[in-house]
Write a protein that binds this ligand. Sequence first.
Ligand SMILES: [Zn+2]
Length: 102
Amino acid sequence: MTRLKMLMPRLSPIKPKLKALPKRAERFYQSPEWRGLVKQLKAERGAFCERCGAGGRIIGDHIVERKDGGAELDPSNIRLMCWPCHNAKTARERARRAVSKP
Ligand SMILES: [Zn+2]
């Protein structure tokens, strides 16, 4: 008793290697508009953290975050910050967000 099996070549699904896609937010922070504005603010205000006064690597931070409707390119919504302060703020914001969720 012979049973004929059609052996279909199994199509192995080609899984594209998932590259970490840059999030929208990150793309914004690489935009020439944003970079230019931060550069300008550093020139105007000095390249120091506006929170603790540290120098070094200073980045622009949105006081009212973009996801909260804060203006993206309004200098009055941007504060220069060092990384430690920025990370602390981000962690605090995240905690706040987690708490305020219903
Ligand atoms: Zn700082």
